[in-house]
Design a protein around this ligand. Structure first.
Ligand SMILES: [Zn+2]
Length: 193
């Protein structure tokens, strides 16, 4: 599942379609500051953590809008990007979830093919278990799960709670749950990129 999803262009394109839908809804709502009309102000992202093929062909535009009255920017939720992190959200989610089963050989492979170093994996794990659990998002969201999510086993314990016809559907549902974290400013830059 891990390597398949990480190398799968059609999966990333599917996530892009979900992001387009999230962006359309945000645009319809208009500017949250003044109610003005939102105009497209997309910007490119250069995410790390996948194969050369994906780097050159994947749709990596981050949708964003600018208000025609107050000029403030509105960036909608995303299932592809987790805030301003340089790795796509699903890479962070999957590799963090699988980490306890990683051998030294696999970690070397991740470094070689995806540029994900051991210390990056350790930072992500720290982020899930120490920083994510303290966010207002999780304080509210964890109440949706009965019995409670085991925080020491995040993010696998969270991923396990989403059902789907296959592992990718399960992953997509979890990313949709986490999408509010993708908006700028919800998570900070120095928390485990
Ligand atoms: Zn406005």
């Amino acid at each position: 599942m891990t390597s398949h999803a990480l190398q799968n262009l059609s999966f990333f394109r599917f996530l892009s379609i979900i992001d387009s839908d999230l962006a359309s809804r945000a645009r319809l709502q208009g500017c949250s500051f003044c109610g003005g009309v939102l105009h497209s102000a997309c910007y490119p992202r250069k995410p790390r953590g996948w194969s050369v093929e994906l780097e050159t062909t994947a749709p990596t535009i981050r949708q964003s809008f600018c208000c025609d009255i107050c000029r403030r920017r509105t960036t909608p939720e995303s299932v592809r990007f987790l805030g301003r992190r340089v790795y796509p959200g699903f890479v962070i989610l999957l590799l963090s979830a699988m980490q306890s089963g990683f051998t030294d050989t696999l970690i070397d492979e991740l470094q070689l093919h995806l540029g994900v170093a051991r210390r990056t994996l350790q930072r992500w794990r720290h982020w899930w278990r120490e920083i994510f659990v303290a966010t207002p998002f999780w304080n509210l969201g964890r109440g949706c799960f009965i019995p409670p999510i085991e925080q020491a086993a995040l993010p696998m314990s969270l991923l396990d709670r989403f059902s789907g016809r296959d592992a990718q559907s399960q992953l997509v549902r979890c990313l949709q749950f986490l999408a509010p974290l993708s908006r700028p400013g919800v998570i900070t830059l120095n928390d485990g990129r």
